[in-house]
Design a protein around this ligand. Structure first.
Ligand SMILES: Nc1ncnc2c1ncn2[C@@H]1O[C@H](COP(=O)(O)OP(=O)(O)OP(=O)(O)O)[C@@H](O)[C@H]1O
Ligand SMILES: [Mg+2]
Length: 222
């Protein structure tokens, strides 16, 4: 279970403090598929980065299976990210000089999969998200935005994470491909009990998830 209590995050800027998150409370059960909606600037990406221990809250707690991840040491947070979390970033964050296949294989290497098994698993993951053999051997610059998005999804799933945090995973895809990716994530939450938290602008998608949280000016309103 993931339980967020009174979570706040402020950033200081020239014009004063920005409250990106303001006393957020939410609970997502293990294996649930939750969506987060809200306007640009409402705090969605900030919330995901706190849930993934990529940033530290100003106040409040984030309990994952009873452990407050905000209170872990830097080394423990790194282990939490490596062992539990799969990230799909809003801007993909693929490594430009590696092919799609190598990007996924690198994640498998960090995850400790033996070298002999990496290629076959990476090929399977990329095939599952809909990249063909030729596309798998291209570097990100030679793939479309939607294809890069799919590589980042394959990479996020590589090490069987307990929690997938996805920032607009279907935002750059046509509706048919977006639906396939959504179905893939949905199957994963059911078959592997993976908890999925996805930011989306797509109300069709949000409507099909187990739970939807709406953010407005850093607050959960629904
Ligand atoms: N590192 C930062 N420094 C200063 N302000 C920040 C920082 N990161 C985010 N913010 C501010 O916090 C607020 C929430 O930003 P966030 O990126 O979480 O929004 P979002 O809901 O993901 O928006 P979008 O839909 O455009 O991706 C915004 O006002 C943003 O300008
Ligand atoms: Mg964002």
């Amino acid at each position: 279970m993931l339980a967020v209590k009174d979570l706040s995050k402020s950033f200081s800027s020239a014009s004063g403090d920005v409250k990106a998150l303001d006393q957020v409370n939410l609970v997502v059960e293990t294996g649930q598929f939750a969506s987060i909606i809200g306007k640009s600037g409402s705090g969605k990406s900030t919330l995901l980065s706190l849930l993934g221990a990529l940033d530290i809250p100003t106040s409040g707690s984030i309990e994952v299976d009873g452990v407050d991840i905000a209170k872990l040491s830097a080394g423990q947070q790194t282990a939490y990210r490596a062992n539990k979390i799969g990230f799909v970033f809003q801007h993909y964050n693929l490594i430009p000089n590696l092919t799609a296949l190598e990007n996924v294989m690198l994640a498998l290497e960090f995850g400790g999969l033996p070298a002999k098994k990496r290629k076959a698993r990476a090929e399977q993951l990329l095939t599952d998200v809909g990249l063909d053999a030729d596309q798998q051997l291209r570097k990100p610059a030679r793939l479309s935005g939607g294809q890069q998005q799919r590589v980042s999804i394959a990479r996020a799933l590589a090490n069987h994470p307990a929690i997938v945090l996805a920032d607009e995973p279907t935002g750059n895809l046509d509706s048919e491909t977006g639906k396939k990716i959504f179905d893939l994530l949905h199957r994963l939450s059911r078959s592997e009990k993976t908890t999925i938290i996805a930011v989306t602008h797509d109300m069709d998608i949000a409507g099909k998830t187990d739970k939807t949280f709406k953010l407005k000016d850093g607050k959960v309103t629904a």
